[in-house]
Write a protein that binds this ligand. Structure first.
Ligand SMILES: Cc1cc2nc3c(=O)[nH]c(=O)nc-3n(C[C@H](O)[C@H](O)[C@H](O)COP(=O)(O)OP(=O)(O)OC[C@H]3O[C@@H](n4cnc5c(N)ncnc54)[C@H](O)[C@@H]3O)c2cc1C
Length: 241
């Protein structure tokens, strides 16, 4: 049996920064959606562009995956059945980003999942986190889940200054904003290379474009000692020529 798929409708749309749209969806089918999955992902199921009724088709059928993309649970309120998703927009054209850019209250969105929470160990001795704007919702959620005594460094790449968000984080989680429109920035690698090489007690989160993730993993494998069970490294998107 595949993942449960639920139909939802857009409740509100807001621009939280030049490159981030916050969309809250709701609907009765969210009544048994798990409430402890902040920072985990769902598969959002989009309607085919240019179809008149703008309804996503739920279910498993030939080619169904082309209408799905991964998005992060920024918040879920089980009382009001409101699920908050943040979409990176205004920097590429794609099924999901175009849908989000044009979404209005009442539009339909399918939701499959959720998956598992992303950070390998919220209670690790220290943390290292790297993510571009697509991982900002996950990093923001993880920081909110960490215990107060968590310590470590976070690097978040955003296209411009106004995309920087006020994050709620433990005092000793130091957040470094990298402001550059270059999503394939080598800054994450320089930051990782500046760390100590004994990372055995460090939980590491990496989420960015596939080649960036690959570079960071290669660096870890070549130069660092780390615990594989404390590493989450995931390609959040793939640059296609
Ligand atoms: C576990 C997980 C959680 C994720 N959570 C979020 C989230 O909360 N918010 C979010 O915004 N994204 C998130 N992403 C990333 C998102 O799924 C991808 O960016 C997705 O490809 C966007 O789909 P699209 O239909 O807009 O573009 P696609 O149709 O997939 O791609 C169209 C073109 O745009 C390029 N492209 C795709 N994404 C980007 C990008 N971000 N920047 C520049 N070029 C791009 C592709 O290379 C391709 O050339 C997550 C990914 C994963 C794996």
């Amino acid at each position: 049996m595949g993942p449960k798929m639920r139909m939802t409708q857009v409740l509100s749309v807001s621009d939280i920064s030049p490159h981030m749209k916050r969309i809250i969806v709701t609907g009765n089918e969210l009544k048994d959606f798990p409430s402890d999955k902040k920072s985990a992902h769902v598969k959002a199921i989009f309607p085919k562009p240019n179809v008149a009724n703008k309804m996503p088709k739920l279910g498993i059928y030939f080619g169904f995956k082309q209408w799905m993309r991964s998005y992060t649970i920024r918040e879920f309120n089980p009382q009001s059945m409101q699920l908050t998703l943040d979409f990176a927009v205004n920097d590429h054209q794609g099924l999901a980003s175009n849908w989000a850019s044009n979404a209005v209250p009442g539009d339909h969105l399918g939701i499959a999942g959720p998956g598992d929470s992303k950070h390998p160990d919220l209670y690790a001795e220290s943390h290292l986190m790297f993510g571009d704007i697509t991982a900002l919702p996950a990093i923001a959620g993880i920081l909110e889940l960490m215990p107060d005594n968590a310590k470590g460094d976070v690097w978040i790449q955003v296209p411009e200054e106004q995309d920087i968000q006020d994050l709620v984080a433990p005092a000793n989680m130091l957040i470094n904003w990298l402001v550059t429109p270059d999503k394939l920035t080598g800054d994450f690698l320089s930051a990782l290379a500046s760390q100590k090489t004994d990372l055995n007690n460090t939980a590491i989160f990496i989420a960015a474009e596939a080649s960036v993730v690959k570079q960071l993993k290669a660096h870890l494998n070549e130069h660092c000692q780390y615990d594989k069970t404390k590493l989450y490294a995931s390609a959040y998107w793939n640059r296609k020529k």
